[in-house]
Ligand binder design. Structure first.
Ligand code: SF4
Length: 461
């Protein structure tokens, strides 16, 4: 085995890898050395080579992040995957069960997570340097991410002069140039400044006691970052006060909703589906109609044997006025097709007929309907189900299960088994297709999707 020496940067690795590919050096024949590892093998010099290899764009994107991983094995793994892609396995990155693909995605995920942490937890301290204001932060990344993350801070803090110091490498921005220098020790970073009190006040104001989950909070904000966060000193006191504040919030919110929410009134018991739809179009029984574009009523033939009940319309459904036509609808369509369920013979609807959302930046973000929203809208769902009398009724997700069974009903405990409800002797609970889209990685998504299709297969047995 020979040793390939190279600078530990993406550019250098790419050039060396290209030369190694062109010399037909298999992964087993070489050991990659960026100077950090023990140098066991004889060094080997390679001619630089400009041969272009047709490699999927996805690989280059992932590789650029994986080179930042702290594991010594990343170089060998990257070359192994590259070798396989260029030697007959072009679609290797789509094979999530492959050991090398899985290892590569794992490293990628760890780097992306570290990048996110840095964006969330860098706190600048104000210092004066040569009579100029300068902002300095100390950060301890798990991986070598200072360089790939620096452009984000340039964008975000373009008008400030700043430095981000770390033991690996330091980034500096003087309002015009981004530069990098060697790493420094923790003592070089300032500890405190007058901005800290402002941070603490701000954090105490935005702290939402109702959202506190201590274990999740520690996972998202590991204690190792706390000493760099001015607001961290406020956390123990805020956590202590959280239960009381939540209680007060609930009381205030209950009183407000009590005053506002009514219940949908269905005009007559013997309306047909079309007339029901028209009546629901003008429903203003609860406040949800105010921020939504239109009522999104169910859709499908009256003779449908299978009725799917979801949660509420999403952003696209709200604009178009039809249920399950957005990304979750696409997953449902595909899964139905794979399970052998014909959508044209099914009726699809939602428990709540108006889109509930909150504005984040420029996006309308879905908000889960609460028990009161479900209750207010239940008369429409009941009227639909009484008309349809479905042979099979499918609840997609917990909101639908709660609406159909009229009580809190756990999805994961009850999924995939036939149950009797008020509206159908054969009622099935499964997940909402949007939960598949939210899976954390491709592997989990694949599995969640497979389980969903298996649940739907029960409808055609
Ligand atoms: S969500 Fe339901 S009850 Fe509330 S306004 Fe819309 S249709 Fe009426």
């Amino acid at each position: 085995m020979k040793r390939l020496d190279f600078e530990p940067t993406f550019k250098c690795w790419r050039e060396t890898a290209r030369a190694a590919l062109s010399a037909e050096l298999s992964p087993e024949a070489i050991s990659w050395s960026d100077g950090e590892a023990t140098q066991l093998f004889e060094p080997m010099a390679l001619e630089s080579n400009q041969t272009r290899y047709n490699v999927p764009k996805r690989f280059m994107e992932v590789a650029e992040r994986v080179v930042c991983h702290r594991s010594q094995g990343r170089w060998d793994l990257l070359y192994k995957v590259l070798w396989r892609i260029t030697h007959g396995e072009r679609h290797l990155l789509e094979v999530f069960s492959d050991v090398d693909t899985a290892a590569l995605y794992k490293m990628d995920k760890e780097v992306r997570r570290d990048v996110h942490k840095m964006r969330a937890f860098v706190r600048f301290r104000h210092v004066v340097q040569e009579e100029e204001a300068w902002y300095v932060a100390w950060f301890e990344p798990d991986h070598h991410i200072i360089r790939i993350n620096a452009p984000f801070f340039v964008d975000r803090f373009a008008q400030m002069r700043w430095s981000i110091l770390s033991a690996d490498e330091c980034a500096h921005w003087d309002q015009r140039h981004l530069t990098f220098t060697d790493g420094v020790r923790r003592e070089h970073a300032p500890n405190r400044d007058e901005v800290e009190e402002l941070w603490r006040t701000y954090y105490s104001t935005i702290f939402n006691p109702a959202r506190v989950k201590t274990s999740a909070m520690l996972a998202e904000m590991p204690k190792k970052y706390w000493r760099n966060l001015p607001e961290a000193r406020a956390i123990p006191e805020l956590l202590e006060q959280a239960p009381k504040r939540v209680e007060n919030m609930i009381k205030a919110s209950d009183a407000k909703q009590e005053a506002e929410i009514g219940k949908a009134v269905v005009p007559a018991a013997d309306l047909d589906l079309e007339s029901l739809k028209k009546a629901a179009a003008g429903c203003e029984a609860c406040p949800l109609y105010r921020n939504a574009t239109q009522t999104v009523f169910g859709e499908g033939p009256l003779q449908a044997d299978i009725v799917f009940v979801g949660e509420q319309p999403g952003d696209q459904e709200d604009r178009i006025g039809r249920p399950f036509v957005g990304p979750a609808g696409a997953v449902l369509d595909r899964a139905m097709m794979e399970a052998g369920v014909v959508r044209a013979r099914c009726y699809v609807t939602n428990s709540v007929k108006h889109f509930k959302w909150e504005l984040r930046g420029k996006r309308r973000l879905h908000q889960t309907p609460n028990a009161r929203d479900i209750e207010a809208c239940r008369p429409w769902l009941e009227a639909e189900l009484r008309l349809l009398k479905p042979q099979y009724l499918v609840c997609l997700g917990s909101t639908a299960a709660n609406a159909v069974f009229g009580r809190p009903t756990k999805v994961l405990q009850n999924r995939g088994k036939w149950m009797e409800s008020l509206y159908s002797k054969q009622t099935l609970i499964t997940v909402h297709p949007s939960s598949i889209l939210r899976a954390r990685d491709p592997e989990q998504q694949e599995k969640a999707y497979g389980d969903f299709v298996n649940d739907l297969r029960l409808l055609v047995r």
